[in-house]
Design a protein around this ligand. Structure first.
Ligand code: SF4
Length: 88
C-alpha cells in the first residue's frame, strides 16, 4: 500500500529528502507521493521513513493503493534494477 500525504502537510520538504525512491515531490499545496514509486520503504528501510520524519504526521497509508509486501518489493526492484534490497 503506497503512502499519501494529507492536508496536514506544511511543505517542509524533509520527507522528500529521505525518500530513496524519489517518490515525493512538491505539489501545488502540499508535498505529494507518486504511488507508482512508493514501496512503503520496502527494499530501502525497515519502516516508512516519510512517516517517521514528518513533524506533523502527514504521510498516511493510502487505502486506494493496496499492495502486498511481494508486490512492493517487485516495485522496488523495478525502480532499482540490479540493486540489493535491505529486506530481500
Ligand atoms: Fe509535508 Fe510532512 Fe513531508 Fe514536511 S515531512 S513535506 S510536513 S509530509
Amino acid at each position: 500500500m503506497a503512502y499519501k500525504i494529507t492536508d496536514e502537510c506544511i511543505s517542509c520538504g524533509v520527507c522528500a529528502m529521505e525518500c530513496k525512491n524519489e517518490a515525493i515531490s512538491e505539489g501545488e499545496e502540499t508535498y505529494v507521493i507518486d504511488p507508482d514509486k512508493c514501496t512503503e520503504c520496502v527494499g530501502n528501510f525497515e519502516s516508512p521513513r516519510c512517516a517517521e520524519v514528518c513533524p506533523v504526521d502527514a504521510p498516511v497509508l493510502d487505502p486506494e493503493h493496496v499492495e502486498s509486501r511481494d508486490e512492493l518489493l517487485a516495485k522496488w526492484h523495478r525502480l532499482h534494477p540490479g540493486a540489493t534490497s535491505v529486506s530481500a
